[in-house]
Design a protein around this ligand. Structure first.
Ligand code: OGA
Ligand code: MN
Length: 210
């Protein structure tokens, strides 16, 4: 069960919310095995930065590898994960009127020595990503392994350093800068974004005669 009050309170007051024990242990394990199998089959690809046609690989910024989910996967654990996400989005829509209607998501694999430098998930040209979500799949993790998610506020001050512990879920405002520190162990996760509809921005001055 999701504690909706805690979720809304933490997201509104600190910009993020961590939920440990997000799924059953066995579901987390199944997702971890799925991610590892897909990885070993060579189905992950070097991640890119930027939007659609302008996207490109940039190893100075990120060196993780990803596998996009289509939403039609038959794996029950993936469906359960997506079901939890849907429930979260409904709570956020009811309480905060965010108008979230879509979720785009991928598995991510960070091999030892990889990282994702400080960035924001919202694209400047299309601010449809509202809530960033990360669910960690690592069975054993401790601080020496690195790979922390570091979250900053809009004034660029560090507000939280999060270990990628198995079955931990974090969601945060997609406007917040964050980074993934260099990992020393393979680090698996599912990352996704709750999105609103694309909308047109009115020209400046459109309401000037009102
Ligand atoms: C991302 C990202 C954070 C993490 O994929 O955009 O910031 O902890 N991931 O994996
Ligand atoms: Mn990010």
């Amino acid at each position: 069960m999701i504690d909706s009050e805690q979720l809304i309170h933490n997201l509104c007051n600190q910009g993020f919310c961590i939920i440990d024990d997000f799924l059953e242990q066995s579901q987390c394990q199944s997702l971890r095995e799925t991610a590892q199998e897909l990885y070993e089959e060579g189905l992950f690809r070097g991640a890119k930065i930027g939007l659609k046609l302008e996207s490109h690989k940039n190893d100075l910024i990120r060196t993780d590898e990803i596998f996009w989910l289509e939403g039609n996967e038959t794996n029950p654990a993936i469906q359960i994960f997506l079901g939890q996400i849907k429930e979260l989005a409904q709570i956020l829509n009811q309480s905060l009127f965010l108008g979230l209607h879509e979720f785009e998501t991928h598995f991510a694999a960070y091999q030892p020595g990889t990282y994702y430098k400080k960035h924001v998930d919202q694209f400047a040209a299309q601010r449809t990503r509202k809530i960033s979500c990360v669910y960690y799949l690592n069975e054993h993790w401790n601080a020496e392994f690195g790979g922390e998610l570091q979250l900053y506020n809009t004034e660029d001050q560090l507000i939280e350093s999060v270990l990628p512990l198995g079955n931990r879920f974090i969601c945060f405002n997609s406007e917040l800068p964050h980074e993934v520190c260099v990992t020393h162990q393979p680090r698996y996760s599912i990352t996704g974004w709750m999105k609103t509809h694309a909308h047109f921005v009115l020209n400046k001055g459109a309401f000037s005669d009102l």
